[in-house]
Design a protein around this ligand. Structure first.
Ligand code: ADP
Length: 151
């Protein structure tokens, strides 16, 4: 059976840290669906979701097994619709762990056959953080070195 994983997140913006998790995930899964959680009615995104979809698609243009989608529902529901039995997530530190631990437990209560798979961030990307990138960009700082595409 094809192993399909969802890589869910807000990706505001998608960073080199996210790219690293996706590329390493390809060693484990046949297909990875990068899924941007997005609710048009109450979006307070900094980077437009359409721009981010375009940039991520361009980043992985040569990888047919990587897809990019947006969704506005329970992550687990969206995973089921795409026949994804795995949720791929990155772990940078203990703060990520505490948060991810409860989400993963709840997802398994809701969907027993949905496994969360965690990859420990590569050290060179562990400090990359989307909210700090937004802050730097807002004040016209150069964020290009943190992103796998140019803005
Ligand atoms: P969320 O809003 O769900 O936290 P993010 O877009 O911030 O979504 O992150 C999506 C996933 O990527 C999460 O599992 C997060 O821990 C992971 N992640 C975030 N930044 C990095 C990074 N620099 N390196 C590796 N993984 C990361």
């Amino acid at each position: 059976m094809k192993r399909v994983a969802l890589f869910p997140g807000s990706f505001d913006p998608f960073t080199k840290g996210h790219e690293d998790i996706v590329l390493r995930g390809l060693n484990l899964f046949d297909e990875i669906i990068i899924s941007i959680g997005y609710n048009s009615a109450k979006s307070n995104r900094y980077f437009e979701v359409t721009l981010m979809v375009e940039k991520i698609r361009a980043t992985f243009a040569h990888y047919p097994s990587i897809k990019v989608e947006t969704y506005a529902e329970l992550t687990a529901e969206f995973a089921k619709k795409h026949n994804a039995n795995y949720l791929l997530r990155g772990l940078r530190n203990t703060t990520d762990f505490e948060y991810e631990n409860s989400i993963a437990q709840i997802n398994r209560k809701l969907y027993a056959d949905l496994e969360s798979v965690f990859l420990i961030t590569s050290p060179e990307f562990a400090w990359i953080n989307s909210s700090i990138i937004r802050e730097v960009h807002k004040y016209k700082g150069d964020v290009s070195q943190f992103l796998p595409y140019s803005l």
